[in-house]
Write a protein that binds this ligand. Structure first.
Ligand SMILES: [Zn+2]
Length: 322
């Protein structure tokens, strides 16, 4: 698999977060056991280790579309005579279990791969999926970030360029259409949201949309300011998602269980409320530590703060953008 370089070890940000977290006492730590774990070895390694352990769960959605959950971002699969089309490729460590899950769906070879954005938990498997026969399609900025050494400050990680075979061959700027297995797939770039490379993929006949990491269903999202993401961009993308779905649309998030319009609305309300809470505290002149200590996310933590991005980290991500 691809090698990862962590050039700095523990950065300024994580030290500040640690100090802030330490000041909050045991109650907050109890909410955030995985945060402490993640900070010791880094978020990227934590995600890889988690994928290395995880079973791949298959959820059948509608028509010939399924979702594989358990290796980084959710992977959508469209089966049929033209071969399997995948949306996102997860982590390479999951290859044997993803292969087994794919074989459980059908015997079609893999022929197409679309990346929702450039992040490693959605593209690390590109090399093997390409070797298995897939042509890769993505936004032009996904190719740009995968082609060069790219730093993600929020993960304290610098990703080296990927091998040529792992790069998307077909790239687009605003919109692109793919016809595959008698299915129309409409790809659309978001204005910068979670990164500057996010796209949605709509399976039109099935009324299923993969919104990538513009939705973390029921969990606080990561926002990648290093490659164009922001809290306000994430809110705008969510408003866009709400405007293009109906009550019948199946919504595949980047992370978390498959959802629907109500999931998007709940995510939007959480984002907007916390954004406003944090902005108010920052306008009062509060430091990041003081803002975290004021618990601007408190009403949402029991539900949303139980995954990789903890209340303190999410507060920090929002603070950076208001
Ligand atoms: Zn992402």
């Amino acid at each position: 698999m691809r090698e990862f370089i962590n050039k700095d070890g523990v950065s300024q940000l994580s030290r500040r977060d640690f100090i802030a977290l330490a000041g909050l006492g045991a109650a907050t730590v109890a909410f955030a056991p995985r945060f402490v774990f993640a900070q010791k070895k880094g978020i990227v390694q934590t995600m890889i280790d988690s994928a290395a352990q995880a079973k791949i769960e298959t959820h059948t959605l509608r028509r010939n579309i399924s979702v594989l959950e358990g290796s980084g971002g959710n992977i959508a699969v469209l089966t049929g005579k033209d071969g399997k089309l995948l949306i996102d490729s997860g982590f390479t460590v999951s290859k044997p279990r993803i292969t087994e899950a794919l074989n459980g769906l059908s015997s079609d070879p893999i022929t197409q791969l679309i990346n929702t954005h450039w992040h490693v938990d959605h593209t690390d498997g590109n090399a093997w999926v390409h070797s298995a026969g897939a042509a890769i399609t993505a936004h032009v900025n996904t190719k740009k970030h995968l082609s060069t050494s790219t730093r993600v400050e929020g993960w304290q990680y610098t990703f080296p360029p990927v091998p040529a075979g792992a790069l998307p061959k077909t790239v687009f700027d605003d919109a692109h259409r793919v016809q595959h297995n008698n299915t129309q797939i409409a790809l659309k770039h978001y204005a910068p949201a979670h990164t500057d490379s996010d796209i949605s993929a709509v399976f039109e006949e099935a009324d299923v949309i993969h919104v990538g990491d513009t939705l973390w269903n029921g969990i606080y999202p990561f926002i990648d300011y290093s490659t164009g993401g922001s809290i306000d961009g994430t809110i705008r993308a969510t408003e866009h998602n709400l405007s293009v779905v109906t009550d019948k649309t199946i919504v595949i998030p980047g992370h978390g269980p498959v959802g629907n319009k109500a999931s998007l609305a709940e995510f939007r309300d959480m984002l907007v409320t916390i954004r406003n809470n944090v902005a108010t505290l920052k306008k009062q002149g509060k430091s990041l530590s003081a803002t975290i200590a004021a618990k601007p996310t408190a009403a949402y933590d029991a539900k949303w703060g139980q995954f990789l991005i903890t209340p303190a980290m999410f507060t920090g991500l929002v603070y950076s953008g208001v």
